[in-house]
Design a protein around this ligand. Structure first.
Ligand code: ADP
Length: 392
């Protein structure tokens, strides 16, 4: 059975076609620069990458191009071979506690939740509409970044703001990267052979978040009302004193929105180092003795270690720390910097194992907490849910 996992942005559609239940990837690709005369369509199949530059004026044209591409490259003979389409949707609010089959009502709810995620939900909804138009008889399932975190208790998700902000405006912590946190924590439990566990997942990519997962359920996470909360990321500041926003708006003669943009796009690694938002550039600059690059990693590592310490207390212990996503999976330097700060918990990395890549245990035999690298697979989670929900 073939299932498509889709991640639609405002000007792009990423897709993967998976064979289920074997969970093997058949093909993947991306349509980029939608809305332009020189948009790009890339499809990877059988180890080959095909790129076409063409006019793609809207998401509908992009979806048609993807489906034609699948037939042209003999990935499928007929579009009816696709038996389900799973869509990543960023904000599910408190409305969606699980993935859901998309009908007109659900689509409208996704659009309405766009008030809280204006950069993401409208784009996700556009992708859904485009696929529904071309594949009207195929089940379409929405898989939310937020649902895995819906098991948090109120003491974890409420802010110290007026309670009416929560009841009237939905101001609370939602958390993001849920499919990744779920995939990685489930994998960690498999590796440990039990679900009776206390696990911290460190999803560290351009965007980055941590989650505390107890007995398979999320109890806390670092991202909040938006993906800006938490620790410094590639270009995001993470949590700061909220009063800084109005103070800097005054100083820079800027609007609150402009300050939020700086916190989203010009902070984190990029803001602290002044060099780059890319972890590889930061690592290289550290080797060359650049102090501010070192500081970019130091500030992030300090805050990540703080979160892990607080999750250790909140869960009443810690069995495993899992590193995932672009930086978590690849940067032995950052992993070492984080774990060094957790020495008081008796966590020890095996320096040789830490240099390796791929799914593995990287802590020493006498470490009190296991440390794993677990490559994430959000598309597999989307495909699994597409089947589970469409077969209900
Ligand atoms: P996102 O999905 O949020 O855009 P990714 O999970 O793809 O982000 O992670 C991107 C980050 O991973 C970049 O900062 C990149 O530098 C980093 N990265 C990728 N490969 C390596 C590597 N070999 N060493 C260190 N960092 C790496």
């Amino acid at each position: 059975m073939k299932v498509m996992a889709v991640n639609a942005g405002s000007s792009s559609i990423k897709f993967q076609l998976l064979d289920m239940p074997s969970e093997t990837q058949i093909t993947s690709g991306i349509v980029e620069r939608i809305g332009s005369e020189n948009a790009l369509f890339t499809i990877k199949y059988n180890g080959e990458k095909h790129v076409v530059e063409t006019s793609i004026l809207d998401h509908g044209v992009g979806v048609n191009l993807i489906l034609e591409g699948l037939i042209k490259h003999h990935v499928i003979k007929d579009i009816n071979e696709i038996e389900g389409v799973g869509h990543r949707v960023v904000q599910g609010g408190e409305v969606f506690k699980d993935s859901v089959l998309i009908d007109e009502k659900v689509l409208q709810q996704i659009v309405d939740l766009g008030e809280m995620a204006p950069l993401h939900n409208p784009a996700n909804a556009t992708g859904i509409k485009a696929f529904k138009a071309v594949l009207p008889n195929v089940p379409q399932v929405a898989v939310f970044d937020t649902t895995f975190h819906q098991t948090m208790d109120k003491d974890a998700y409420l802010y110290g703001t007026p309670y009416e902000w929560y009841t009237k405006y939905g101001i609370r912590k939602y958390g993001f990267h849920g499919t990744s946190h779920q995939y990685v924590s489930e994998k960690a439990n498999q590796l440990m052979g039990t679900t009776d566990t206390k696990v911290v997942v460190c999803h560290i990519g351009n965007g980055a978040s941590l989650s505390a997962v107890k007995d398979g359920h999320c109890v806390d996470t670092s991202m909040g009302f938006t993906p800006l909360e938490g620790f410094p990321m590639g270009t995001r500041s993470g949590s700061i004193d909220p009063a800084i926003t109005s103070y800097m708006a005054n100083k820079l003669n800027a609007s609150a929105q402009e300050i939020t943009d700086i916190l989203n796009k010009k902070s984190g690694y990029l803001g602290i180092s002044g060099i780059s938002n890319d972890a590889r550039d930061i690592e290289q600059a550290i080797v060359e003795g650049n102090e501010r690059a070192r500081l970019a990693f130091d500030v992030q590592a300090k805050q990540i270690a703080d979160y892990i310490g607080s999750y250790h207390i909140y869960m009443g212990g810690l069995d495993a720390i899992c590193f995932t996503a672009g930086i978590g999976e690849n940067s032995s330097v950052l992993r070492q910097m984080i774990i060094d700060r957790l020495a008081v918990l008796g966590v020890k990395l095996d320096a040789e194992l830490n240099k390796l890549r791929g799914e593995r245990l990287i802590s020493t035999a006498d470490s009190k907490v296991k440390v794993f690298i677990i490559p994430t697979d959000e598309e597999v989670m989307i495909a699994r849910d597409t089947i589970r929900i469409s077969h209900k």
